[in-house]
Design a protein around this ligand. Sequence first.
Ligand code: IPE
Ligand code: IPE
Ligand code: MG
Length: 231
Amino acid sequence: MPHIAIIMDGNGRWAQARRRPRLFGHHEGVKTVRRIVQDARDIGVKYLTLYSFSTENWNRPRTEIRALFDLLKRYVEDDLEELHCNNVRVRIIGRQDGLPDDILRVINHVETRTRENTAFSLNIAFNYGGRDEILRACRMAIKTGILPDDLDEAKFEQLLDTADLPEPDLVIRTSGEYRISNFLLWQAAYAELMFTDVLWPDFKKSDLEAAIESYFARNRRYGGLDTADVA
Ligand code: IPE
Ligand code: IPE
Ligand code: MG
């Protein structure tokens, strides 16, 4: 099964369409997260990466930012034991610098608690930006004194937040926007992309299944030729 990464977009518009505040949409979005994590496990997916707060989302009103932080916190606190019992490993990828202490404590707790788990890998991109991640990795490389000629892709990948995770095979974006918005810039270099108009709170198991089916129907060439052409 492919490693699936999802840009969960459209919570605000989902709420607006119901004449409700944006926060109502974010609450509904968390319900979708719960369902989709379960659905992905049922389908046999092993790696799921969810984009939940970008380094650019700091451009939103302070109240919305704090509400998004609280939602992450509550999700992790409420679901941690169940995830742990189901042998799920949770990683939070993104910049930790600048996050409030209560959020840092929750991140540290969930990662430590689930470190040994092996059945399913749930990665939450929080305060995540691909450019920021690459820059942090560059700084780390320089600090460790690695010689320029010794730095190769494999070593560089070990400095990214996703060290030890396979690359995403399939990136799905909901809500009808056709952009990457700074998500997994390095890792998704050869990912298959899928865009759907469905708003994140409406995203269902059947949408996930349809995306996976379309993924398997594609021909990943990685710059080479089709096996049929190589005769
Ligand atoms: C996605 O929903 C969640 C986050 C980016 C935090 P949005 O809040 O971006 O919803 P829209 O795009 O405004 O509808
Ligand atoms: C991307 O959604 C980030 C997340 C889903 C967390 P945005 O709503 O922030 O993206 P833009 O601003 O439309 O590109
Ligand atoms: Mg959006």
